[in-house]
Design a protein around this ligand. Sequence first.
Ligand code: FRU
Length: 446
Amino acid sequence: MSDLNLRPKFHITGGKGWINDPNGLVKFNGEYHVFFQYYLHNVYWGPMHWGHVVSSDLTNWKHLPVALAPDEQDDGCFSGTAVVWKGKLWLMYTSFKENGGGDNVRQLQAVASSEDGVNFTKHGIVIGEKDLPSEYSPCDFRDPKIFIEDDVLYCLVAARKINGRGRILLFSSKDMFNWKFECDVFGSDSGGIMIECPDYNKGLGLLTYCEQFQPAQGSKHLNIHSTFYRLGKLDCKTHKAEFGESEILDYGFDFYAAQIFKDTPVMIGWLNMWDRNIPSEKYGFAGMLTVPRKLEIKDGKLWQTPAVYSTLLYEKAVNGNYKDSIKTGIVKITAENLKAFKLSLRKKNSTSADFCLKNGEWVFDRSHSGEEIKGKEVDADSLAGIRRMPFEKGEKTEIYIVMDEFSVELFVDGKALSSTIYPDADADGFELETEADKCILQRFEV
Ligand code: FRU
């Protein structure tokens, strides 16, 4: 039985139609603004608009009119960034021009501005072909992300070397309209065929980016398109980029194109993946965004926790076997000296999504969680519906389980594993088996 009005309770969607990447995460006039890649006329990717929602608490979102739409300048308004500059809200996005396809495609960076944060005026292309050094392709040049340092606007843009792979380029400007090429940040090809959606947060010392079609390295990242992060520092003046190893940003099936709010260490990603079926199509919508995640650096490591506003419903000691009925909201489990953990969620008869500690690692299994989701991945874990995440044994383990109609986002000691699931709407069994010195469950309503 399908209810056509079924929607996530607290995850951002387009309401109807298709959405992908979060765009332009910014705080303006006291409200959080989130834009997103949006095609309202179908449940598939199409000519890209920028959908727009606002919130004062990162939890209750209000839909505003579409901020950017295709027109004679843009066949599509691809992903980009927002920045408050000289009292106005500015968007920089990739202006996509089809031009008959192939080598004639153009992806160039354009700006729009707004006084009220609702209505935007386009000002045309500002980082054009003439600003891009000739060794990079203007067909794959997209996803600008602006930040300000010492009154200078800097912008990272994903690019591809002609006959090469993905690069991250740095540009600078003093006035938003004239941009100067600064450097190719790493000066070497990416593993994937193209980089997408780079973001740099100076306060956290965090660079995030996606790689398209990157072959898996062992079990490190199995999704055909993966989002990574590196901790370190980019000196925009000297062009020195000192970053550690690349790490996976989320271990789940469905996480891509993450972006961090300007001036607020909170990140949102797309809670889906390219090249997969999206069973919610039949409800008239496809695609949603992750819950906002607070980002911290603890002991030199990135630490993510859900940043939605929620209230405590109850708290229980649950060591051993525990059964409950929970469908949406947040469950926090705090365990001392955790030895065993087995959770079945959204359980109904023989269907459930399972999250267990097995042989010293976390294993998430959605193979019998409801409707089938098929991707292009052909490795054993993907075919078995499994994703894994390292377990670091410590005195205390902190687990957040964020459940909404079609998703589960798991956070363990700052690491995240996010996936969509499509169980029956009334599947609400929550069965937990733990072995620990002490185990406390707190249930929160969002
Ligand atoms: C990433 C991406 C971006 C592009 C946008 C188009 O998911 O491919 O590189 O700007 O989606 O919708």
